[in-house]
Design a protein around this ligand. Structure first.
Ligand code: BTN
Length: 260
């Protein structure tokens, strides 16, 4: 049986990144990679440190939801320490890295559902959760949590059967976790460095977004806005044209499609 150290070594051999994943922790099972990553930050973990779990028993989703991570899913947290001005771009960088990696490894086209879901034909294949600590105008850390449904069959899990898909379900064959992870980390590092050099990552993000041009409802937790999703700003905020013609800028929320 291959052990955790073998999986870790195999992944690191495949990595061609400069710093992302150079410090890598692999666990067969964790409660959530987010908490483990934050514990590592407190102990001084370097930027680029990655935590991966073969499965999670208490996977965290956005807005207090749980995230199902059975065996066969990719559950990963990446520790970054960006300048404050690049913090809003992390969600765009992460979802674009996922879009690129899935295309390269599984040959599948995906769409981004604002703000941070990656979809295949209307079903969710990846969720992204970002947690950070900012103090005195400085980012102490950001942890990007990425969960991809890779090699399991969502129809076997009633709680997500209607809303989720997986790469193996779409392709009809197993996908290499090692290849997907190493390419995802490479794309993530590339986009992260490009963003810090001033690249407009929101342009490629926009091109891959299914939400734009659609009539949607956005629940921000405080208000519910309805209108046409017009565009996104350089920070990744959504500009929504209300029915009365006014434009509202939304930082985060839950999107429901009203019609195409
Ligand atoms: C969402 O769509 O609600 C976000 C889901 C984020 C899931 C990932 S899996 C790796 C990391 N660890 C967690 O517990 N959550 C994130």
């Amino acid at each position: 049986m291959i052990d955790d150290q073998d999986i870790r070594a195999c992944l690191q051999r495949r990595l061609t990144t400069k710093f992302v994943g150079r410090n890598l922790f692999y666990y067969r099972q964790l409660a959530t990679t987010m908490e483990t990553a934050k514990e590592l930050v407190k102990k001084g973990a370097a930027e680029g440190t990655v935590v991966i779990a073969g499965k999670q028993t208490a996977g965290k989703g956005r807005i207090g939801r749980t995230w199902l991570s059975p065996e066969g899913s990719l559950a990963m947290s990446v520790i970054l320490k960006p300048p404050l001005e690049n913090l809003p771009q992390l969600v765009m960088i992460a979802s674009l890295a996922v879009v690129r990696a899935i295309k390269q490894v599984a040959g599948l086209e995906t769409q981004i559902k604002w703000p941070n879901d990656v979809m295949i034909k209307g079903k969710k294949v990846c969720g992204i959760l970002i947690e950070n600590e900012v103090e005195g105008g400085r980012v102490n850390f950001a942890v990007i949590g990425i969960g991809v449904n890779v090699n399991f069959q969502p129809p076997d899990f009633p709680e997500i059967a209607d809303i989720a898909t997986s790469l193996s379900h779409e392709v009809g064959a197993e996908i290499s976790q090692v290849e997907l992870t190493s390419i995802l980390l490479l794309e993530l590092e590339r986009l992260y460095l490009e963003a810090q050099a001033g690249a407009a990552v929101h342009r490629e993000w926009q091109e891959n977004m299914e939400t734009l041009g659609k009539l949607i409802k956005v629940d921000t937790g405080k208000t519910v806005e309805q209108g046409k999703a017009e565009t996104v700003t350089a920070k990744g905020n959504l500009l929504l044209r209300r029915d009365d013609g006014s434009l509202v800028e939304i930082v985060a929320g839950d999107v429901t499609l009203i019609k195409d």
